[in-house]
Design a protein around this ligand. Structure first.
Ligand code: GLY
Length: 353
């Protein structure tokens, strides 16, 4: 037994564990943390999987699982680290804005034990859309709030309205706008890095507790410089993420429009329902994505000009990820938070778009 696992058992069975449990601060918890049973009675190998920007998320979420936190509470507190980080320009505060220079955020989540879902789209002025999605899930009879209504809902729960556009993100947007059209009235900025690839960075996080309870969350600022009002896959339950507590969870990052068409989160969970291992299920979903891609999105050899990744866990705590092109993902499986290589379909990326 590893040192990590021994400590886990120690925490679970002593007053120290209980003290750590009660010290956890979780806004609007799905349930209060509770001591873990002895490891011999665990139904699953606890695990947290995330996109490659989620190393801190998997560490935080795994620590919370080991303190007896609820599966979704752990996932949300994990991705909030990235949402609050001004240096991640694909998620939350500091995310790259839409074509008008306005940051619009999307997020969705699912909680296996209660079979609930929540989502927000095109949310402005609130740094942590994943948390707002959880409140939609927890406190309403609805699943998806958008725009102004989503913001008013968040303000009712004491979220603070803030300017989400950092100086860095504003500068990147201004350069993009200046270089967009050589004939417009904005002079080109030749020294600016040309953005041939518009980022669609995002964070997905999927958790399995020792009891085998599963959850998922995906949160993003979406495609950089998008048409105002555009929402991608992240806030769409069944696309950006999906959970079935009997099977597992899956989520996605990358070109949202390509995922929406295959309902990729749902499809990946369905592949696992039919017996596929998580990485194989993700690969199978990517094959469907390629099949459903319009010709303009494929290169001369039929390979996508975009990237897309899926991440998955099953109820037993097995995990995996797959990408169209070589890529990595973050995981904490009880040893340490680490990056691992994802399975992939194509050896070399085509020119992206
Ligand atoms: N997958 C993130 C987006 O397309 O908005």
């Amino acid at each position: 037994m590893s040192e990590v696992l021994s400590r886990r058992e120690f925490l679970a069975s002593t007053a120290v564990g209980l003290a750590a449990t009660t010290a956890l601060e979780i806004p609007h918890p799905m349930r209060p943390p509770r001591p873990l049973p002895p490891q011999s009675r665990w139904a699953a190998k606890p695990v947290v999987v995330s996109s490659a920007n989620g190393l801190r998320a998997v560490q935080k979420a795994f620590d919370m699982l080991m303190q007896g936190a609820d599966t979704l509470d752990a996932a949300i507190e994990g991705v909030k680290i990235q949402e609050l980080d001004p240096n991640d320009d694909s998620v939350g505060y500091g995310g790259l804005p839409n074509a008008d220079g306005v940051v619009q955020l999307d997020a969705s989540c699912m909680h296996g034990p209660t079979k609930r879902a929540g989502a927000v789209g095109a949310l402005e002025g609130i740094k942590t859309p994943s948390e707002v999605a959880k409140l939609v899930l927890k406190y309403t009879n609805h699943i998806f709030l958008v725009g102004e209504g989503a913001k008013r809902f968040a303000l009712q729960y004491c979220f603070k309205e803030e300017d989400l556009l950092t100086e860095h993100a504003r500068e990147v947007w201004l350069h993009w706008r200046a270089n967009l059209n050589p004939d417009d009235d904005y002079l080109d900025v030749p020294e600016a890095e040309h953005m041939a690839v518009r980022p669609t960075g995002t964070i997905n996080c999927d958790c399995v507790t020792p009891a085998g309870d599963v959850s998922s969350v995906t949160t993003t600022s979406g495609l950089a410089f998008k048409v105002p009002g555009r929402v991608g896959d992240s806030p769409i339950v069944g696309a950006g993420q999906y959970t079935d507590n009997d099977i597992g969870a899956a989520g996605s990052t990358g070109r949202g429009e390509s995922n929406i068409k295959v309902c990729g989160g749902f499809l990946t969970v369905e592949h696992m329902r039919r017996g596929m291992k998580p990485a194989d299920a993700c690969l199978e979903t990517l094959k469907r994505v390629v099949k459903l891609s319009e010709a303009r999105l494929l290169d001369e050899r039929g390979r996508p000009r975009f990237d897309l990744k899926f991440y998955a866990v099953n109820k037993r705590g097995e995990f995996g990820a797959a990408s169209l092109f070589p890529g990595r993902f973050a995981v904490h499986d009880g040893t340490e938070a680490k990056l691992m290589d994802a399975a992939y379909l194509y050896e070399r990326p085509a020119a992206s778009r």
